[in-house]
Design a protein around this ligand. Sequence first.
Ligand SMILES: CC(C)(COP(=O)(O)OP(=O)(O)OC[C@H]1O[C@@H](n2cnc3c(N)ncnc32)[C@H](O)[C@@H]1OP(=O)(O)O)[C@@H](O)C(=O)NCCC(=O)NCCS
Length: 163
Amino acid sequence: MQALIINEEKFNTSPQFYEDLIITFYHNNGDEFTKDELKIPTQLKNGVFYSVVINNGKIVSLARLSTIIIGGKARKTIYMLRQIDTLKEFRNKGYASCVIHNAVDYLSKMGYKRLLSIVDASNVSSMQLHLKNGFKISKPSKTFQKSHYYWDGEYFEKFLDKR
Ligand SMILES: CC(C)(COP(=O)(O)OP(=O)(O)OC[C@H]1O[C@@H](n2cnc3c(N)ncnc32)[C@H](O)[C@@H]1OP(=O)(O)O)[C@@H](O)C(=O)NCCC(=O)NCCS
């Protein structure tokens, strides 16, 4: 199983290919998002990138990550895991863990220090997935909560190794 990073550089070389892959993923996953709703930019602005596993030409697991603004300031050492999903028939086979590992590896090499994530407290699978992959439950600062309030959200953080 091999994960891939779709970043601006890759996206720009073949935007339609990657857009189609990502849109197909959401359709396969049961969410009928339109291109506009997904807001896939022609360039992946704000440091957005995807970590994906592709199997037989389709994305089977995907994480979306982006930079983060806390208290009005763009943070240079922190990244945020925005979303993680695996197609139903591919779950519990290690795909999401692989996607996380790949993103963490990429961010560590880029010199980032921390990865944050907010999970709905009722989402047991996602909470367990985070713990299994080295995230710890964290107590966010008031400034962070002000910018990123999530009702019933559990806040996680993972410290990234220096590479
Ligand atoms: C959460 C999710 C991304 C996990 O994807 P996955 O590819 O199955 O994850 P992996 O195979 O890498 O890891 C499986 C781990 O998830 C956790 N998990 C999965 N199903 C679980 C369940 N029913 N109960 C508790 N933990 C569960 C466990 O930690 C499990 O590891 P283990 O089997 O060693 O205990 C997937 O279930 C999913 O897409 N859910 C719907 C979308 C979602 O809720 N996303 C997160 C919020 S944005």
